[in-house]
Design a protein around this ligand. Sequence first.
Ligand SMILES: Cc1cc2nc3c(=O)[nH]c(=O)nc-3n(C[C@H](O)[C@H](O)[C@H](O)COP(=O)(O)OP(=O)(O)OC[C@H]3O[C@@H](n4cnc5c(N)ncnc54)[C@H](O)[C@@H]3O)c2cc1C
Length: 361
Amino acid sequence: MKIAVIGAGAIGANIAYRLKKRGADVVLIDKSAPGTGTSGASFSWLSSFPQLSWPEMPGRRQLRLSVNARFDRLAEELGGDWLDWSGTLTVASAVPDFDKAVALSREAGAQVEVLSPNEVSDIEPQLRLPEDERVAFELRSGWVDAPAMIEQLIRVFTLSGGELRIGSGVAAIEYRAEGVSGLVLEDGARIGADIVVNAAGGHATHIAAMAGLAMPLELVPGVMVYAGAGRPDLPQRVINGANWLLRPDRDHGTAIHWRGEGLTATHGKNGISGTDMLADVASAVPSLEGLEPSAMRVGIRAIPPGGPVIGFLPWLAGFYFAVSHGGIGWGPVWADLAAREMLDGTAATELDGLRPSRFYF
Ligand SMILES: Cc1cc2nc3c(=O)[nH]c(=O)nc-3n(C[C@H](O)[C@H](O)[C@H](O)COP(=O)(O)OP(=O)(O)OC[C@H]3O[C@@H](n4cnc5c(N)ncnc54)[C@H](O)[C@@H]3O)c2cc1C
C-alpha cells in the first residue's frame, strides 16, 4: 500500500514520519520547501494552561493531556535540538477569570503554580511586572523550533526510505470507482497512491475541492515579530502577557506573537508598527527597550469551523484529511491516530466529531 502525504508542514511531516516508522511506503509532497508554510511563522507554544480550563469534549481533553508525552517520545526517537520544556509564565491579566482558570486547569491535570513577585524574578529576572500582578508558572510547558523539528522529521523519514518530492504542487487527485488512485503534480508527474492525505494547511480547501468536497476554512492572520539576536539578556522561557506571547528564538533572539490592538503597519487604519509592538513588550521586558524588529511575518492560521478535520472521506475511499489549527502541538497526536486508522484499519473514536463528513450535506 502506498500513501502520498500532501504538505510538509508540522502536520504532514509528522504523519509521513509516523507512517514510515510503522513500515508504510510513503511519499511526502510539497510545492515549497518543507516548513515554510504556516509552521514557519508560528509561535509554536506547547501549553496546557489556560487551555485545560476551556470547555471541551472529554475525548479532546484526553488527547490534549497526551500531547507532552507524545513530544517526549518524538524527541527521543528523532534526536536533535528542537524542543524546549522550560515552562511558561502567564501574567494574570492575560487570562480572563485567572483564579478559576488556575483551579480548573489544575483539576484537569495541569501543573500550575501561582508565584509571588520574588519567585517570578528568581525564575525570569528579565520580566518586570507591577507589584500586584500575579503570575502562573506552568512547569511542563514550552515551545518547539518548528522548522528544526520538521527538518529532523524529514531527515529521519528519508533516511528510513521515505520519498520526498518538493518543488511541484499537487494539481489533481486521480481516482477510480473503488477510490483514490494517485496524484498529478503541476509539472505533469503522476504518482500512484492507495491513500492520499490532505495536510496542505491553508491550501487544504483547494485539495479537498479536487475530490469534490467543499470544505470551509477560515484564514486568520497572526503577526510574529522577531528581535534581539545575540543579546544575552533576553527571557529564557515563554511569557504569556496581556497583549503578546514571547519566547526565545534561536535565530532572532526573541519571537513575539502580537495579540493586542492593530495588526501590522500595513493594516489600514488599525495599523501598529513592529517598533510599537516591541515598545509595548519592553514595558514588561526592559531588555527589549529601543530594539527594532529584525524581521516580521504574518502567518496564516488555517482554522476549520467546528475544530480540526481528521479522517477518511466516506464517499471516496483512500482520501484522508489532517487539517487543524494548533497544528504544532497537535501534529504528533494526529500522526499517531492517522497511522492507526490507515495502517491498522481501526477507527479512532477519539476523533468522532472531527470527521470531514460533517461538511457533506
Ligand atoms: C502567529 C501564529 C501563532 C501560532 N501559534 C501556535 C502555537 O503557539 N501552537 C500551535 O500548536 N500552533 C500555533 N499556530 C498554528 C500552527 O502554526 C499551525 O496550525 C500549523 O503550523 C499548521 O501546520 P500544517 O502542516 O497544517 O500547515 P503548513 O505549515 O502551512 O503546511 C502546509 C504545507 O502544504 C503545502 N502545500 C499547500 N498546497 C499544496 C499543494 N497544492 N501541493 C503540495 N503542497 C502544498 C505548503 O507549501 C505547506 O508547506 C500558530 C499560527 C500562527 C500563524
